[in-house]
Design a protein around this ligand. Structure first.
Ligand SMILES: Cc1cc2nc3c(=O)[nH]c(=O)nc-3n(C[C@H](O)[C@H](O)[C@H](O)COP(=O)(O)OP(=O)(O)OC[C@H]3O[C@@H](n4cnc5c(N)ncnc54)[C@H](O)[C@@H]3O)c2cc1C
Length: 114
C-alpha cells in the first residue's frame, strides 16, 4: 500500500479542543481528516446497567420503539448491536448529525462508541 492509497491524509485522535481545533485546521486546508473519539468513560461492570435484565424487564421487551429509532437513531440503529438494552451507548443522530458537503458521500461506520 502506498501513501496515496490511504483514504485519509490525517487522523486525529480525540475531539477535545486540541483535536477539534486540529481537525478544523486540517479540513480547512483541504486534507481528508478522520477524527476518532472514544466517547464517555464506561466503568466495567458498574455502567453495564442492562447487563442482567431479561427482555421482559425492559419497557418494550427488547424491541424498543421503532418511531423513536427512525426519528433519533436512523444511522445508529443500523448497527447490529443497537437495541433497547444498548441504546444508551449510542449517540442520538439528531443531536450528532452527519453533515457532508454536497459533492462528498457520507461514510458511516458500523461501530460507533467505545
Ligand atoms: C473540571 C474542569 C474545569 C475546567 N474549566 C476550564 C475553564 O473554565 N476554562 C478553560 O480554559 N479550561 C478549563 N479546563 C481545562 C480544559 O478543559 C482542558 O485544558 C482542555 O479540555 C484540554 O483539551 P484537550 O483537547 O487537550 O483534552 P480533552 O478535552 O481531554 O480532549 C481529549 C479527547 O480525547 C478523547 N480520547 C482520549 N483518549 C482517546 C483514545 N484512545 N481514542 C479516542 N479518543 C480519545 C477523550 O474522550 C476526549 O474527548 C477545565 C478542566 C476541568 C477538568
Amino acid at each position: 500500500m502506498t501513501p496515496h492509497d490511504e483514504p485519509y491524509d490525517a487522523i486525529v485522535v480525540g475531539s477535545g479542543i486540541t483535536g477539534g481545533w486540529a481537525a478544523k485546521e486540517l479540513c480547512e486546508k483541504g486534507l481528508k481528516t478522520l477524527v476518532v473519539e472514544r466517547g464517555r468513560h464506561v466503568e466495567h461492570g458498574r455502567d453495564y446497567v442492562t447487563e442482567w435484565l431479561q427482555p421482559w424487564q425492559l419497557a418494550h421487551r427488547g424491541r424498543g420503539e421503532q418511531e423513536v429509532y427512525d426519528r433519533d437513531y436512523p444511522i445508529q440503529s443500523k448497527n447490529y448491536a443497537f437495541g433497547e438494552a444498548t441504546r444508551h451507548f449510542f449517540v442520538n443522530d439528531r443531536e450528532h448529525p452527519y453533515i457532508t458537503a454536497e459533492d462528498q458521500r457520507t461514510v458511516t461506520f458500523s461501530r460507533r462508541g467505545r
